[in-house]
Design a protein. Structure first.
Lengths: 114, 113
């Protein structure tokens, strides 16, 4: 089966610019996650969707980050405006359902803010 | 507060040697523990998944153990290969809160020829 697809793989922007990342989960997976992974650290959950509803966005900096999964399939994560500290890898993952024992990750988008 | 701590932070071994990575957690109530391998520039890939009733799980040269009483897990790598060089991340999920997962910061393993 096809894995989790993310694009772009790399993005370099200047601070205060905006950027968007796209994720297409594994077909049939109801749960979709966005993580931020800073170099040398483990992934940190930003937002979790169950179909097109938000389950957990407690760690999402809502003043600058937004995410949507309008049709319950693919998802977009946006940062506006970007700060230097947003430089990280943004990982998308999906699982069959929330509470499923296994989640599958995409290759991530490496964002550099200069 | 749910936490997952991994040790060592980094490790260098020679090809062919064995090594053991540690994971201690405070996540409660416990649902499952997963070990992921993350190659540089790639997303994490699942190695093993263990629930409360399982105390050991193998995947080729990788063997994970779980002691739910002491809340400790280890990942043992046998006869290491150069391709084992990666970050190994321990992830623990709770039974509540939609199965929310807590990630460790990983152990960076370097296997040298």
């Amino acid at each position: 089966e096809a894995g989790v697809a993310q694009s772009p793989r790399y993005k370099i922007i200047e601070k205060r610019q905006s950027v968007a990342f796209w994720c297409n989960p594994i077909s049939g997976h109801a749960t979709l996650y966005w993580y931020q992974q800073i170099l040398g650290q483990g992934p940190k959950l930003l937002i979790q969707f169950q179909n097109n509803g938000v389950v957990d966005d407690s760690q999402l900096p809502k003043d600058r980050f937004s995410a949507e999964r309008l049709k319950g399939v693919d998802s977009t994560l946006k940062i506006q405006p970007a700060k230097l500290e947003d430089s990280a890898v943004y990982l998308c993952a999906s699982s069959f359902n929330q509470g499923a024992t296994e989640a599958f990750f995409g290759q991530g988008t490496r964002l550099t803010v200069v | 507060k749910n936490q997952v701590e991994q040790s060592p932070q980094s490790l260098i071994i020679l090809e062919g040697k064995n090594c053991t990575l540690q994971c201690n957690y405070t996540v409660s109530p416990f649902s499952n523990l997963r070990w992921y391998k993350q190659d540089t520039g790639r997303g994490p890939v699942s190695l093993t998944i263990m629930t409360f009733s399982e105390n050991t799980k193998s995947n080729g040269r990788y063997t994970a153990t779980l002691d739910a009483d002491t809340k400790q897990s280890s990942l043992h790598i046998t006869a290491s290969q150069l391709s084992d060089s990666a970050s190994y991340i321990c992830v623990v999920s709770a039974q509540t809160n939609a199965g929310k997962s807590t990630f460790g910061d990983g152990t960076t393993l370097t296997v040298k020829p």
